[in-house]
Design a protein around this ligand. Structure first.
Ligand code: KG4
Ligand code: ZN
Length: 332
């Protein structure tokens, strides 16, 4: 079976071809970063228009790179949320039209769920390591989940305010770094000493696996006013506090649920520094490659195959959703 994956939930237009052995035949990603960077964040109206312009060429390039023709596509998988409604609408409409035109089934999948299962594309042994703790750290989501299986997921903790990537982006902005801030924070922090500035992570009362970042962001804002020699030490301390927080919560969750492994996905999971925090972890830790940690359609195709095999096609009437809790995902 050959599955075409389509991703357009935020600021990447991506189309990928993946087979049912979870081998990636192509994964084309058109990033809109340069378009949105001057605004310091994603400008929704511009994002939707750019998706419209790029989705056709992206599709043709994905087929060409995979060396397949239209009639070899057996399944179409698209992210129907969570994300920006106008942007999702572009990918969803494209997917529905293609499904009707080619007369192949169509599945609508949850983008956050796709981030969680992305590591299976790099690590085939991960299939055997369930139940696992699944952690999503992206620009819009920060969650700790219990993955009973790749399709049966229960959220056990999440952020009560900002997402982790969003917090990196805001702290980068405070320090005059461009959007998206994560990679710039990582680069700047490498030159700093995390013990020079004292920052504290925030705990959420009675929710051991949840996160809160707004207090930390405020600490960074105040501390930034005293940094007259650059922001290296401040950002090193910020990054350390955030990653130590994830590491401790991941450890607690693995112990509490007796999980066999950890799956980590989402844009922040592309950080080399975060990976180093998990180097000596007591269980296998599955990170996707950098390209598959950021928004991409290969993870959408992979989840499409899993979901189609278990639940069959999705109704063609399905609408874009800005939020999708995991319980909803299981009935799509
Ligand atoms: O998953 P993603 O590509 O898009 C969403 O679905 O949100 O994640 C983007 C987020 C941005 O907030 C970006 O700053 C963050 O991932 N990010 C990083 C790093 N690379 C990207 N955060 C920390 N360190 C990084 N190296
Ligand atoms: Zn994402």
């Amino acid at each position: 079976m050959i599955c075409l994956g389509i991703e357009s939930t935020c600021d990447e237009t991506s189309i990928s071809v993946v087979n049912d052995r979870f081998e990636i035949l192509s994964n084309v990603i058109y990033s809109q970063v340069d378009l949105h960077s001057p605004f310091g964040g994603v400008f929704p109206e511009l994002a939707a228009r750019e998706h419209l312009e790029k989705i056709g060429p992206c599709f043709l390039e994905a087929l060409k790179k995979a060396n397949i023709s239209f009639d070899q596509i057996n399944l179409i998988s698209v992210a129907y949320g969570p994300g920006l409604i106008g942007s999702i609408q572009v990918g969803l409409t494209f997917a529905k039209s293609l499904s009707l035109l080619l007369n192949v089934p169509f599945v609508a999948v949850n983008h956050v769920h796709a981030h969680l299962i992305a590591p299976i594309l790099n690590h085939k042994d991960a299939f055997e390591q369930l139940p696992a703790i699944g952690i999503v750290l992206s620009g819009g989501h920060t969650q700790i989940n219990l993955m009973h299986s790749l399709m049966d997921i229960e959220t056990v903790g999440s952020t009560i305010d900002d997402a982790m990537g969003e917090c990196f982006d805001k702290c980068a902005k405070i320090c005059g770094l461009p959007y998206p801030g994560g990679p710039h924070v990582e680069k700047t922090a490498m030159k700093g000493d995390s013990s020079k500035v004292h920052l504290k992570s925030c705990k959420v009362k009675d929710r051991p696996f949840s996160f809160s970042f707004s207090g930390l962001k405020t600490q960074v804002l105040y501390a930034s006013k005293n940094q007259n020699k650059g922001y290296e030490d401040l950002l090193a301390s910020f990054q350390h506090v955030v990653f130590q927080d994830v590491l401790e919560k991941a450890q607690k969750a693995v112990d509490f649920y007796d999980a066999k492994a950890i799956f980590i996905g989402g844009g922040v999971a592309s950080s080399k520094t975060l990976r180093s925090y998990f180097e000596d972890f007591c269980r296998p830790v599955y990170f996707p490659s950098k390209e598959l940690a950021l928004d991409n359609a290969a993870m959408i195709a992979a989840l499409g195959i899993l979901q189609f095999n278990q639940l069959g096609p999705s109704p063609i009437e399905i609408e874009p959703k800005s939020r999708i809790p995991f319980t909803t995902n299981q009935v799509v």
